[in-house]
Design a binder for this molecule. Structure first.
Ligand code: EPU
Length: 428
């Protein structure tokens, strides 16, 4: 196992190319199950969640080939193999196998998904949707069993606005008989991306990106080529880096409209941002002003950027409040920031950050993916050496982060963990 070493303090400069969106990729790959012929997805990020899903498709009989960032899946020989244990438990997005397999085979057995621990993450809305489409759903020993004689279109109102439930219901409904209407649907760009792929495969979907999605089921879906959207959360992480310790950062392959809530907050803090069609230039202002943020569903401030943003706020002059309305316990980065000398505390669903503080290098642990991004930003801002363990979380969702940061001038490298550190992990 490796850890990340960061020698902080070097300003970052240059151009970084943003990879394909993780949260699209993890839905697009399962969506290929629904086709009867090969599907190619172009521009996938090089992350372990993608590798894990590739292995899961192969387990059920898919033929998968990778050509650089492009993945071709031949789903012809796939079967409804039960996946109650193993890799499905390692990532959250394995729940998309439920919708996709239910759509194609009318049955599936999928172990309850893993992923980052951010507080309760129920999937009741996914199940409500599958049941409305006519599936019988049971939970047996930690695996979800789904079966339907046939899927029939239905009107489904989501009690909670959920990205995962919206996509999962869409995956099953494209192969249901008749019309499905998803009301109170999530509006994230990743939902539009999945709908675009499904439409290219022959599905009939209207309204993706609004809160009412209408789907007319079809009998057959075919293969196609699809280019994934850029990762707005990775782009946001680099924008925050540009604001924190940039000396002029150019982000290439971005959709600036996907980042309006972050752009507005950074500008409020005094950060200079210029945008063009698919690029953004970020430069720190003279002084960082404190701001309050509240995470909301899209197009509000994304919960996935709350933790990285908190590292930046330690350098703002004054007190900022970060409230997460999506996840109740997404604050495990706060104790680690404190180890680095930050003046931060958690009260209920908010963290309160007082700056400016000169962060100090320390040994810290990434407890989840975006906590990892927060600690990398903090490490780059800090005086001295920061060691970040829990690298496997970062590798799940950031494509070649170390290489990209090195390319911008950061002093960051991977090192094997010592025997003592490995023993500590085993004991914890
Ligand atoms: N919720 C329910 N019931 C459900 C589904 C969700 O109560 O059936 C609640 C959740 O507990 C949460 C809220 O609804 O409080 C929103 O959850 P959502 O379903 O939208 O989240 P998700 O689909 O599980 C995706 C991303 C997350 C991101 C959230 C919110 C993927 C694989 N994951 O999760 O990404 O935080 O949407 O935008 O797409 C990350 O990238 O670091 C990450 C955690």
């Amino acid at each position: 196992m490796e850890k990340l070493m960061i020698a902080g303090g070097t300003p970052l400069k240059g151009t970084v190319r943003i990879s394909g969106a993780k949260n699209s990729a993890v839905a697009l790959i399962p969506a290929t199950i629904l086709a009867e012929s090969p599907v190619t997805i172009e521009g996938l990020p090089n992350i372990s969640d993608v590798a894990m899903l590739q292995a899961l498709l192969e387990e059920i009989g898919g033929e998968v080939s990778l050509d650089g960032q492009d993945m071709t899946v031949n789903p012809r020989e796939m079967v409804a193999m039960p996946l109650p244990n193993g890799k499905v438990k390692k990532l959250r997005a394995s729940y998309y196998l439920m919708g996709a397999m239910l759509g194609r085979f009318k049955k599936a057995v999928i172990g309850l998904p893993g992923g980052c621990h951010l507080g309760p993450r129920p999937i009741d809305q996914h199940i409500k949707g599958f049941e409305a489409l006519g599936a019988k759903v049971t939970n047996e020993q930690g695996a979800i069993y789904l079966r339907a004689d046939e899927l029939r279109g239905a009107r489904i109102y989501l009690d909670v606005v959920s990205v995962g439930a919206t996509i999962n219901i869409m995956l099953a409904a494209v192969r249901a008989k008749g019309k499905t209407i998803i009301e109170n649907a999530a509006k994230e760009p990743e939902i539009i991306d999945v709908a675009t792929l499904l439409t290219s495969m022959g599905a009939k979907i209207k309204g993706a990106g609004t809160d009412v999605i209408r789907i007319e089921g079809v009998d057959r879906l075919e293969g196609c080529r699809h280019t994934i959207i850029p990762d707005r959360i990775e782009a946001g992480t680099f924008m925050i880096l540009g604001a924190a310790i940039g000396d002029g950062l150019l982000l290439d392959n971005v959709i600036p409209q996907h980042l309006e809530s972050l752009t507005a907050k950074l500008r409020e803090m005094g950060v200079r941002i210029e945008t063009s069609d698919d690029q953004m230039f970020v430069e720190p202002g003279d002084q960082l002003l404190p701001v309050d943020i509240k995470t909301l569903v899209y197009p509000g401030f994304p919960t996935d950027l709350q933790q990285p943003f908190s590292a930046l706020l330690t350098h703002a002059v004054g007190t900022s409040v970060v409230t997460d309305t999506i996840y109740s316990a997404r604050f495990k980065h706060i104790d680690e920031l404190r180890r680095m000398n930050a003046k931060v505390k958690v009260e209920g669903r908010s963290s309160i950050i007082t700056g400016p503080t000169q962060l100090e290098g320390a040994k810290v642990k990434a407890s989840d993916l975006r906590a990892g991004a927060c600690l990398v930003i903090a490490g780059l801002l800090a005086k001295g050496i920061t060691e970040v363990t829990g690298l496997e979380h970062i590798d799940r969702g950031y494509s070649q982060l170390v290489e990209k940061l090195e390319g911008l001038g950061a002093q960051i490298w991977r090192e094997p963990m010592t025997q003592e550190e490995l023993e500590q992990i085993e004991q914890s």
